[in-house]
Each structure stands twice: as structure tokens, then as C-alpha cells.
Ligand binder design. Structure first.
Ligand code: ADP
Ligand code: MG
Length: 558
């Protein structure tokens, strides 16, 4: 082409009746022919106006001047060149200098467009298959797969991490972003890109593929933005680490969500509980909620500042509240509304004659309220008997507000972890023994979960807590529970090095005042059982208090 002779013209002559493109200084190839369908009929360069006999077919000079001809020639050449290269349309080399080129009806991209459409249809077809698959399979364990019917998708899943195998480095900078739709034929693993072989590892193509996959294969909530539209190319390495990150984020999000739900279920601070707490704050019972003291299996204990309730609720004429004297520091014990744990503890309440009748009628949630109520009644009894224990402030459903054992938000240590001198240890044992006796004889209660974990050391004193499961001695298993308590206490103080701590049976007799012979383990236990049964019977008949009977029967045995 470069060697062809050129004719340079500055102006194209016009005819009066035909539209003439205004073009100047066009380089044209000599001897080229204007195609018969050319919209432009040239005029005579010799000024022969309105020459009826004029025929462009015979006018070779006009042909030479024909810009259209030049375009057509160029096009023909382009087509030839791009016949096997649909993806690389060649710009016609018009070398127009300061002039306007004609709109070029380029069809070399048709194949590409067809492929794009095909790709879209394939994708839709595959989505349709997926829907069909889901409809057919439903929840069935054996799943039918339509994989064999699927069309190869343009962005087929390719988790290859390799970044190194670069076999093609085409200069495709000028390509439209949509050209990242170019397909590497997944059947072959490569595609002819011009005359080059392009593998799936081609940096640029896989980069664009990766970008496109951002939107399709990442979790929906992962914001990828319009990376495709911006023709961003992501290397496999970056794509894979992004994907990893996206899924890690998704899992983290789900975990947090689960934890949140878990929290409401497991830690008892569910919607209803929060509402009650809000009300207590509103009414001035609680000044502020500070933090969690303990999360146990059955309850959550939260430290709160006691409020100044007096007068704050006068409109509701709530005498109970108005007369409350609330300690500066309190705890809120929230009984978990999940039933799993409480199921195991049913035996403490369903056989307690105080709650027995109600227990049968109540739904599980109400039964949990009963636990809170039970702790309240037991604490009140203990307080009346002068046992060092939390003072009940208020009961609301499954929430019990009581005084805090500790100072400045620091809860008193459990006996288990308290650091005590030898004298304090001895004193602690004596206090516990005395408490157990008082509890049994005056409060008519057996702690039933007594150990170094439910005894606090505060102000040089032992404090007894956690009495929701405490039962009366008449309880069918009351004496068994007492024996277990005695075992825990005897063991703990013995291990602590306190001298003269009796064994569990002796301690049992000492606490209960019963005098069961200390022959052997089996006969001690069966004696307890006999006593238990008779006490239960009496309690049922309501004739006398079971504990009195127990003490009496022990005396009779003597
Ligand atoms: P759980 O049934 O979970 O054992 P507890 O009543 O024993 O419930 O309370 C759990 C922990 O919370 C106790 O071991 C104690 O450390 C703390 N705690 C409970 N009540 C009080 C209180 N009134 N004052 C200070 N700390 C308390
Ligand atoms: Mg406890």
C-alpha cells in the first residue's frame, strides 16, 4: 500500500444536484474503482456542469477521488485480514488529514456479538437447569445432577492458583472492557486469539475473567463494585486471596450473628428480660447496669447500682416499690429461659411440697419463674434466721434483684479461691457448720448445692448464696442432698488443712441432729432412705413439719 502512487487533492468538485461530502486532502489509491452501490456520484473535474452523459463508471479520475472507494477498498482488505481474527478489528488506514472519515459499517465484531449473546443464553440456560435440578431434588438425599446438560460457561469455575504460566501477552489495551467476555474454550483449555494460542492462564484474560467472577462467585453481601465496567484485571493470586477473605468475612458475619442469637438463648438476656430490666431502671430500682459478675449454667448474675425508688412510681401507687430500701450495690440474677439445664433440676422443685401442685399446672417458662421465686423465699427465710446471705430486693418473673456481696463492684471471692489464714480457715469452717445447722433447723432447708463455690468470703465472714435449688428436709431426696452437702464441706475443709473436721456421715448427724449409726456406707444410706420416706409421708399428710419428725425419729431411735 505504501508504494502505491497517490493523488492528493484539496477540494472535491461538486455538482448542483448531488450531495457531495466535503473532504479535503485525501490520499487515494490510483486506479481503484468506486463500487456500483456507492451513494456518491462524482462530478466532472473539468467543470462540465450538469453533464447528463456523465457516468462515473467511465470516469477513472473521479474513481480516484472517491473517498468512498478508498473506504471500501480498505474495508475489503480489513475483512480479508480479519476473516480468521474476529476479535481484532483493524482500523481502516485512511490517513485522513484534517478531514472527516465516513461512518464505517464494520461487521468484523459480529462474531464477537454473536458469542456474547450465546454466552448470555448459555448462562440463562444453565440457571434454568439449576432451577430444574432444585425442583426435582427438593430435600432428597440422593440428588439428580444435570451437569452433563450444562453449556460451557464463559467464566467457568477455575480455581487454579497458578500465576506463573504466561504464554500470551497480546497488546489488547485498546479493547473494549466487554472483551473480557472472550472465551477460552473450556473444552480445549486454549483458544486461538489471532494467530496466537491463548491458554486459560493468560494474564490479561484470566485477569478479566477474575474481575467478572467477582460479581458472580463472591458472597452477595461482599461489595465488589463495578470492577467489570472499569476493566480491572485481577491476577489469580489477588482473586483467590480476595475470595478467601470474602468467605472468611461471610463466615465471621454468620458466626457473630449466631453468637448474638446464642447469647439471647444461652445468656438469658433476651428481649423480655431486657424489657424487665428497662422497667426496673425506669422505676428507679436500678440506677445503672454495670457488668456481668457470672455466667453460670442456669443463671446470669449482673452487677447493678441500686436506685432510689422512693416517690418515683407514685402515680402507679406501687406501695411495694415505694417502700423499698435498695442497697447501693445489687446483683440481678437472671434465670435462663432455656430449659435444658432446668430439666435436669426438676427434681429439686417438683417434689418440693411448697411448689408441687403449681409445678404440675405450669408451663416451662413459668417453672423458671418459680426457680427465681424459690430462691427468693429461701433467702428470705435465711435472712430471718440471721444467716449471712444476700438480701432480696425484688422479684420480677425470672429476675431476682438482691444485695451485692462485695465492694466497689468487686464480688467477694468464693471460699474456693479466698486466701485465708489458718485461723480464718478454722473460723470459716465453724461458720459454715453453724449456718448449715441454722438452715436445717430454723429455716427448715437443705442447701442441696453447698460447696466452696456457693460460699463467699466477705468482711471476714462466710456468706451463703445460690439457694434456688434448696429444699425442705421433707423432700423425697432432701437427706440425700444434705449428705452430699456434708460430703463437699467435709472434703473441702479437710483439704484446706482445718483440723478436726468430721467425715461426711458425722457431719450429717451433727447438722441434722439425727444419730444414724456410722456402721457402713450402705446401712447409713438405707437408714437415711427410711427416714426420708416416713418424713415425706408426714409431710404429705400435713400433720407435722417433716424436719420435726426427722429430728424426733432420730431421737426415738436412740
Ligand atoms: P449459679 O446458679 O450460676 O451458680 P449463683 O447464685 O451461684 O448462680 O451465682 C453465680 C456467681 O455469681 C457466684 O458464684 C458469685 O460469684 C456471684 N454472685 C451471685 N450472687 C451474688 C451476690 N449477691 N453478690 C455477689 N456475687 C454474687
Ligand atoms: Mg452457684
Amino acid at each position: 500500500m505504501a508504494s502505491s502512487p497517490e493523488v492528493v487533492i484539496n477540494e472535491i468538485p461538486t455538482t448542483s444536484n448531488l450531495p457531495i461530502p466535503v473532504t479535503s486532502k485525501i490520499k487515494l489509491q490510483k486506479g481503484s474503482k468506486t463500487p456500483p452501490n456507492s451513494p456518491w456520484i462524482p462530478t466532472s473535474p473539468w467543470g462540465l456542469k450538469d453533464n447528463k452523459e456523465f457516468s462515473y463508471k467511465n470516469t477513472s479520475f473521479e474513481d480516484v477521488m472517491s473517498e468512498q472507494l478508498a473506504n471500501q477498498l480498505q474495508l475489503a482488505e480489513d475483512r480479508k485480514q480479519s476473516a480468521d481474527d474476529f476479535s481484532n478489528p483493524v482500523e481502516p488506514d485512511l490517513d485522513i488529514d484534517g478531514g472527516e472519515a465516513h461512518e464505517n459499517e464494520d461487521t468484523s465484531n459480529d462474531l464477537l456479538i454473536a458469542q456474547l449473546l450465546q454466552a448470555k443464553m448459555d448462562k440463562e440456560y444453565n440457571q434454568y437447569l439449576t432451577r430444574q435440578e432444585n425442583t426435582v431434588n427438593q430435600n432428597s438425599k440422593v440428588r439428580l445432577s444435570y451437569t452433563n446438560y450444562r453449556m460451557d460457561e464463559i467464566f467457568s469455575s477455575d480455581d487454579d492458583d497458578s500465576d506463573t504460566e504466561v504464554e500470551y501477552d497480546a497488546d489488547t489495551d485498546a479493547q473494549d472492557p466487554s472483551s473480557n467476555m472472550l472465551q477460552v474454550n473450556s473444552g480445549k483449555g486454549y483458544v486461538m486469539f489471532g494467530k496466537e494460542v491463548v491458554t486459560k492462564h493468560d494474564l490479561e484474560i484470566s485477569g478479566r475473567k477474575n474481575t467478572a467472577r467477582l460479581e458472580d462467585s463472591f458472597p452477595v453481601e461482599f461489595k465488589t463494585g463495578d470492577a467489570r465496567g472499569m476493566d480491572i484485571q485481577l491476577s489469580n493470586k489477588i482473586y483467590n486471596s480476595l475470595k478467601k477473605h470474602a468467605y472468611a468475612e461471610q463466615r465471621r458475619g454468620q458466626r457473630l450473628h449466631e453468637e448474638k442469637e446464642h447469647y439471647t438463648a444461652e445468656h438469658a438476656v433476651d428481649e423480655k428480660t431486657r424489657l424487665i430490666l428497662h422497667r426496673l431502671v425506669d422505676r428507679g430500682v436500678i440506677a445503672s447496669v454495670n457488668g456481668v459478675v457470672s455466667i453460670g449454667k442456669e443463671a446470669v448474675v449482673i452487677h447493678v447500682d441500686g436506685g432510689d425508688v422512693i416517690g418515683s412510681d407514685s402515680s402507679k401507687n406501687n406501695d411495694e416499690m415505694q417502700n423499698l430500701l435498695i442497697p447501693a450495690e445489687c446483683v440481678v440474677k437472671i434465670y435462663k429461659t432455656t430449659l435444658n439445664e432446668f430439666k435436669a433440676r426438676d427434681k429439686y422443685i417438683k417434689d418440693d411440697y411448697r411448689f408441687k401442685d403449681r409445678f404440675k399446672k405450669l408451663n416451662p417458662r413459668k417453672i423458671i419463674h418459680m426457680w427465681a421465686e424459690k430462691e427468693m423465699h429461701n433467702l428470705n427465710r435465711m435472712n430471718e434466721a440471721g444467716i449471712a446471705c444476700p438480701q432480696v430486693v425484688l422479684l420480677r418473673k425470672h429476675i431476682l434483684v438482691m444485695s451485692f456481696i462485695g465492694h466497689d463492684q468487686q464480688p467477694a471471692p468464693k471460699l474456693k479461691s479466698a486466701i485465708l489464714s489458718t485461723t480464718q480457715k478454722k473460723s470459716a469452717y465453724e461458720q459454715v457448720l453453724s449456718m448449715m445447722k441454722t438452715l436445717y433447723h430454723e429455716c427448715k432447708l437443705i442447701h442441696a448445692d453447698l460447696s466452696e463455690f456457693n460460699l463467699l468470703w466477705h468482711d471476714g465472714k462466710v456468706w451463703m448464696i445460690d439457694v434456688s435449688q434448696s429444699v425442705e428436709p421433707s423432700h423425697p431426696h432432701g437427706l440425700e442432698f444434705l449428705l452430699r452437702d456434708c460430703y463437699n464441706i467435709s472434703k473441702f475443709f479437710t483439704n484446706l488443712g482445718v483440723k478436726d473436721v468430721p467425715g461426711s456421715y458425722q457431719l450429717f448427724n451433727e447438722v441434722s441432729g439425727l444419730d444414724i449409726p456410722l456402721s457402713d456406707d450402705a446401712s447409713f444410706r438405707s437408714a437415711i432412705e427410711v427416714l426420708q420416706n416416713s418424713a415425706e409421708e408426714h409431710a404429705h399428710q400435713g400433720r407435722r413439719k417433716a424436719s420435726e419428725i426427722l429430728t424426733q425419729s432420730a431421737t426415738e431411735k436412740k
